[in-house]
Design a protein around this ligand. Structure first.
Ligand code: GLN
Length: 190
């Protein structure tokens, strides 16, 4: 099982380190041919507008969309969550997303004073609370019927799952806990 990490921009190395620590074979995905060998994909945090442009210029957008249609498991964090959503508030007009999670996300949705914060969250899928780091995080404003909410913070959904897509508004790769990555890897094994 090879886990690709979209490595065009943003916090991809921390994901690779986390996945490698957990025993996974994690590899950078920068070009379409890198996609051929991966069984699953992580989309990291960073800047979703920039990633959207780089996905087009690298010609990765359409091959990734095809693989997602075929059922490839995907895990998006922060900007990666934005890339997986169906609807984006405060995005760029030309910003594209893969529409795998039927949610509306508001970019930088926590306002200026609290743009970045950390908190421990209870989840429905881990035994221990998870330390969650939010950095200019997207706020989930609407949740579609087919989307399961696995954790909330400050009254909002922050960890969601639908079909083959898992999404987090926070940065589990920057936390000392590995629970969310373990959850993703376990879902690949089952
Ligand atoms: N604000 C960023 C965006 O809109 C996301 C921030 C992050 O990934 N830490 O893409």
């Amino acid at each position: 099982m090879i886990v690709g990490v979209l490595a065009l921009q943003g916090a991809f190395q921390a994901h690779i380190d986390k996945l490698t620590d957990l025993g996974a074979d994690a590899r950078e995905v920068k070009r379409p041919e890198h996609l051929d060998s991966v069984d699953a994909l992580v989309m990291p945090g960073g800047e979703s507008t920039t990633m959207s442009m780089l996905l087009e210029s690298s010609e990765l957008f359409d091959p990734i969309a095809d693989r997602l249609d075929d059922g490839m498991p995907v895990f998006g964090t922060c900007a990666g969550l934005i890339l997986l959503s169906t609807d984006i508030e405060d995005g760029r007009p030309d910003q594209r997303s893969f529409g795998r999670l039927d949610i509306t996300v508001k970019r930088n949705g926590y306002g200026r004073q609290v743009e970045s914060f950390e908190t421990d969250i209870e989840t429905t899928v881990t035994n221990e609370p998870v330390h969650a780091v939010f950095i200019r995080a997207p706020r989930i404003m609407r949740i579609g019927d087919d989307v399961d909410v696995l954790a909330e913070a400050r009254g909002d959904a922050v960890l969601v799952r639908s079909g083959n897509a898992l999404g987090a508004g926070f940065h589990p790769e920057l936390s000392s806990s590995s629970e969310i990555h373990r959850l993703f890897l376990e879902s690949l094994a089952s």
